[in-house]
Design a protein around this ligand. Structure first.
Ligand SMILES: C[S@@+](CC[C@H](N)C(=O)[O-])C[C@H]1O[C@@H](n2cnc3c(N)ncnc32)[C@H](O)[C@@H]1O
Ligand code: SF4
Length: 396
């Protein structure tokens, strides 16, 4: 029996896409409108199979994809109906939205459903970059989608951008950021393109960004941070910016603080605290196969999944690594150093290299017991992956 309280965040994966973009390796499948209602009913059933939800309802729900906004109207209404019932009254309910799927009817359906926040995949406002990424929406389609969603009453809006695309120069990225900010969203995600093995972009350009993007690649991230911060925004996470502190994505904060979340849908990945050891974590990844996922749930069984036990040592490392993604001090306890989670000489090296400051802090009883607060500077935050290697795996 699960003795831990149910996670307060819920991820719902909707895998349908009209076509596969050249860079994407997320779990997606073809549009398949004939199975949408069946799929949504199975999502609800999978959630029941996981057990009761949290008391008072989920604090955050994130419907991601795939392209959730491809769902046919009856399936979308059914899904938003049960999400509304399961969410807390002041929950953050986000749905990912592809600009070319937005019309007045869809926007109304989202607002009448339980959606409080839309994350819109703009990616770029440069036609040649959109063409390289094999996106279907033009810059004007993105602008039109923002206006339609806003007119319908969507309260909070986030835009996704991608930088580091082959052929995209500094001027293109600057224009993308200005165009995005001009639309006055509340939140921006600016992801560095990952050239994922097996995608069409990786076949064309290889998987090494330094080669695929060429000179200036390192300057792109600097430009992104400068431009968005100069607009008065808060760079609160490696790839995420908020207009103010209330606009941070509460759902993603649950990921970055390893707070645990439930996940349903084909290929969905959830995380929970191990009921046997509250330092350890359990990651459950549903297999990415729609027929097998549907068949299992329709037999009233949890779908086939890869279950990974993350023992307390590895889970503590993962928490430090995730904490470094966020703006704000990273607490390293004396026990983290004693137990070899964090390497003391690695910590010194991070400070010596000017990547951050470490200062001793008192524990909860006000006693200095060797706890340290690490505050990464701008370079340290930009190089967060390498800082993690120095701290957690100095031999690596
Ligand atoms: C999985 S997509 C789903 C959202 C929606 N279908 C769309 O395309 O806008 C979520 C976001 O992940 C980002 N993304 C997907 N593949 C990526 C990659 N290979 N590198 C960087 N960002 C990526 C994109 O910015 C995208 O908006
Ligand atoms: S980027 Fe979005 S629309 Fe494109 S294939 Fe991936 S999930 Fe589908």
């Amino acid at each position: 029996m699960d003795r831990m309280p149910a996670p307060r965040s819920l991820y719902v994966h909707v895998p349908f896409c009209a076509h596969r973009c050249g860079y994407c390796d997320f779990v997606t499948t073809s549009r398949s409108p004939e199975i949408h209602e069946r799929y949504v009913a199975a999502l609800r059933r999978e959630l029941e199979l996981h057990g009761a939800g949290p008391e008072g309802g989920y604090d955050t729900v994130f419907v991601g994809g795939g392209t959730p906004t491809l769902l046919e109207a009856p399936a979308m209404e059914a899904m938003l109906g049960w999400i509304g019932e399961l969410a807390a009254p002041d929950a953050e309910v986000t749905i990912e939205c592809n600009p070319e799927t937005v019309d007045v009817a869809l926007a109304r359906r989202l607002v009448d459903g339980s959606v409080s926040r839309v994350s819109l995949g703009a990616q770029s406002f440069s036609p040649h970059v959109l063409a390289t990424l094999e996106r279907r929406a033009s810059p004007d389609t993105v602008r039109g989608a923002v206006a339609t969603l806003r007119d319908a009453g969507i309260e909070r809006m986030s835009l996704d951008l991608i930088w580091g695309v082959p052929g995209q120069d500094l001027a293109d990225v600057a224009r993308d950021l200005d165009a995005a900010l001009e639309l006055e969203p509340d939140h921006l995600s600016a992801y560095e393109l990952e050239l994922k093995p097996g995608t069409r972009l990786a076949h064309r350009f290889g998987t090494d960004p330094a080669i695929a993007v060429g000179e200036g690649a390192d300057d792109l991230y600097d430009l992104v941070i400068d431009r968005v911060q100069d607009a008065g925004w808060w760079w609160y996470e490696t790839a995420n910016f908020a207009r103010d502190e209330h606009e941070r994505c509460r759902h993603n904060l649950a990921y970055w603080t390893a707070a645990g979340w439930r996940a349903v849908g084909v290929g969905a990945v959830g995380m929970s605290v191990d009921p046997e050891d509250d330092q350890a974590l359990v990651r459950r990844a549903n297999l990415p196969n729609v027929p097998r996922w549907l068949d299992a749930i329709e037999r009233d069984e949890l779908p086939p999944a890869r279950i990974e036990q993350i023992a307390s040592h590895a889970a503590r490392s993962e928490r430090v690594m995730l904490a470094m993604r966020l703006d704000g001090p990273v607490r390293i306890s004396a026990a983290d150093i004693l137990d070899g989670i964090v390497d003391a000489s690695g910590l010194e090296r991070v400070v010596d290299l000017g990547l951050g400051d470490a200062r001793p802090v008192a524990d909860a009883d006000g006693i200095m017991r060797g706890d340290v607060e690490l505050r990464l500077g701008r370079r340290g935050r930009m190089l967060q992956g390498s800082v993690g290697t120095l701290l957690l795996d100095p031999e690596g």
